[in-house]
Design a protein around this ligand. Sequence first.
Ligand code: ADP
Ligand code: SF4
Length: 734
Amino acid sequence: MARDPKYDILFEPVKIGPKTLRNRFYQVPHCIGAGSEKPGFQAYHRGIKAEGGWAACCTEYCSISPESDDTMRVSARIWDEGDVQNLSAMCDRLHQFGALAGIELWYGGPHAPCMETRDTPRGPSQIASEFEANIYPRYMDKDDIKLVQQYYVDAALRAREAGFDIIYVYGAHSYLPLQFLSPWANKRTDEYGGSFENRARFWKESLEKVREAVGDDCAIASRFAVDTLYGSSGVELEKDGIRFVEYVDHLVDLWDLTVGDIAEWGQNAGPSRFFEENHEKPYTGRIKPGNHTDKPVVGVGRIVSPDTMVAIIQSGQFDIIGAARPSIADPFLPKKIEEGRLDDIRECIGCNQCISRWEIGGPPMVCTQNATAGEEYRRGWHPERFHKAANADKGVLVVGAGPAGMEAAMILGKREMSAVHLVEAGPEIGGNVNWVSTLGHSDGKENIFRGTARGLGDWKRVVNYRQIQLDKLKNVEVHTNSRLTAEAVREYGAEIVIVATGCHWATDGLNSVTHDTIPGVDTLTNDWQLTPEDVALGRKPVGHRVLILDNEAYFMGVTLAQKLAGEGHEVHLLTQRASVGQYMDYTLEAPMMHRELHRLHVDMHTDTHIERVDPGVVTAYNVWDPSHKERFEVDTVVLCSARVSDDELYRELKADQEALQANGVESLYLIGDAAAPRMIVDCIFDGHRLAREIDSPNPAVPLPFIRERRLWSTSTHKEFDVQLLAKSDMAPMA
Ligand code: ADP
Ligand code: SF4
């Protein structure tokens, strides 16, 4: 199908300095865990987006000096020729598919803890980072300023050598140039502090120097937070925000605009439960329409709708549609718009699982919607291309249509298996996502400071996308309202059986704190004790005084607290952890969720676990001092303690191999929560992985993947390594 002419505007080229973008789709810098040390991952992940139609793709933040080392998190680095060599692979891959390559030159100041290099970051004033624990910068005198500016220049020269087309002097998210600009971090009284011109001087000079070094060959970009959201103690849009854009506009070829800082960068990478599409518009949308710049502007806001994109361009908000998460969830988003295949777009759900893995420090990045994200190089998975399975003549039965079952059936369909049947006990496909996506609202006022409790509705996109794809696949049949017994499975007629029957919340208080059940808990016989499903599906009445146990430490406990407090219940929320919903620190949902729970007067008790439950009374204890007890008089207890796999069907089938063989079942697999309860992102991966490898020698065990690591006796940077070791006091290897 041809593209709808109303989207033509999205495919117009845009000139940025000496370079031209082939269209208006732009992958802004975002972390993936590849850096410069996994060049294959870096090249293939960015490259797949170039193949999918993006006009430019950028590195993640790229350190310009060992003084800016973010270990345990993974940044790119352009410190030496070895980094040039590795990052050039990304540039080559992007150029192969007609896209420009961008590099985000980064100096973190006190936000870079330098745990690998053990160097000392420099900063405008000696104030410890609000993001890292106990990291102080060394005060930058004028020699230090010149030195760091030279780091930018040297890095830019290396970047040009590597083949980059767009070079950023990155300040957004409160890194060094913005630390100079913002009174929040800059307390100086010399010509680099105080007045606006003085605070802007470091960034301006850095731009001038980088421009002078590479500006004829490369486009110069700057990423700038037009409002750091600290009120008058930081950069405010109406004051320094607009003013800074006007002040250095002549020095940039492209503005990449954001809001917020690094300590709360969920204001920028907004999770969907608190932020809608294009949520930064009140800030970033003021620059271009207000005629404050003559240069092209790119910005983000989890923009997935082509109609929103057109509106953004037509309103003059941006010239270029920036994306991090939408490009991860669907690297072929531009191509799909171009080819008129809008219903094939895999829309980002805004869960921020991708971000969570970077925050934790462990590559690779993952994506709930796109199981191939991060697997392009190491497993060779293409997000849109599938080859026919070697055993495509076999019939497949997938039991259970949650995330794992849906994904497995969809990918097996795409791999041209002769017949795939996806059979679901419930009235619709989707599994736990169907009820989880109804949560996340509170009292209907839904207004919290910086964000709105709009709920988890966007998570339903997990189901919607797969439903559409399954409907299109002629070789896949979906049957609902059909709960299969072991006998029915055996007699179904499929040679391959995949069990994806999910899990349930423990009814007896089984938990990871005591590795035991909780005395007095039995939700099956006590009406006043509820599991999360009981609450979400309204299976039992909830009394006025509620106690929720949050052992899960992700979204369930806090989400139920938010719901019940919003409905007017008096809520106590207990967790054994140091904070409630702790994994949300990594998904960037935590700050907004904490504000929401405080606004709703939820009574939170951390480091606390339940000792026993009696009618009307819960006895709890402090996990560090079990003698310290607390009593809660409550009407209802909700137990988010642990989840338990629903694997009985699999166990029963597996136990009778003879019966399987007699019925022609050749192989039996267990995936998703039914194998082990986990996050949606991992269930989808599990289903995808099995389907990708259904014709491997042993599909139950994942195939090995390419590991990008140094092999002993090879060198990462030969001359340097050899010289250093030769001069050292170490005895040579025998
Ligand atoms: P996962 O996250 O692993 O995909 P879910 O719990 O979301 O798991 O989904 C599992 C799905 O399997 C649910 O929709 C459930 O109704 C379905 N299911 C469980 N047992 C059977 C069965 N015996 N026959 C058919 N469907 C089943
Ligand atoms: Fe979007 Fe979630 Fe994928 Fe990140 S992990 S790109 S937020 S769907």
